[in-house]
Design a protein. Structure first.
Length: 116
């Protein structure tokens, strides 16, 4: 069995984000599937409370093989790149969201996620 390939920390600079704007983005783009608390075993998407620092694919949610084997801890840099194009960043992810191209919107959303 080949070793797991860990996704390395991206060499990117995440702009400063506005958590209040990030909340609006979350409400519009994420809240239909994600919450901050709840039971990952029955949810349609994993909960996001305490996401920063958490190992990818590590909660009770039935993650894809790609997410389980990604092998990184969520950081602002990983989120910044994942949120741009989830299916490209973690091949095989179950997340159907196409992504946020706008860097400032991603930074705002990350600022909100980091505070919840």
């Amino acid at each position: 069995m080949p070793p797991k390939k860990t996704i390395a920390e991206p060499n990117v600079t995440v702009p400063n984000g506005d958590a209040a704007k990030g909340r609006d983005i979350f409400d519009q783009q994420c809240a239909a599937c994600h919450a901050f608390e709840g039971d990952d075993k029955t949810a349609s998407a994993p909960t996001l409370g305490g996401l920063i620092g958490r190992k990818s694919g590590s909660t009770q949610f039935p993650y894809s093989k790609g997410m389980k084997s990604a092998g990184f801890n969520w950081t602002e840099k990983h989120l910044f790149m994942f949120l741009k194009n989830p299916s490209k960043y973690v091949v095989g992810t179950k997340m159907a969201f196409a992504g946020l191209e706008n860097e400032q919107e991603r930074a705002d959303l990350i600022a909100y996620l980091a505070n919840n």
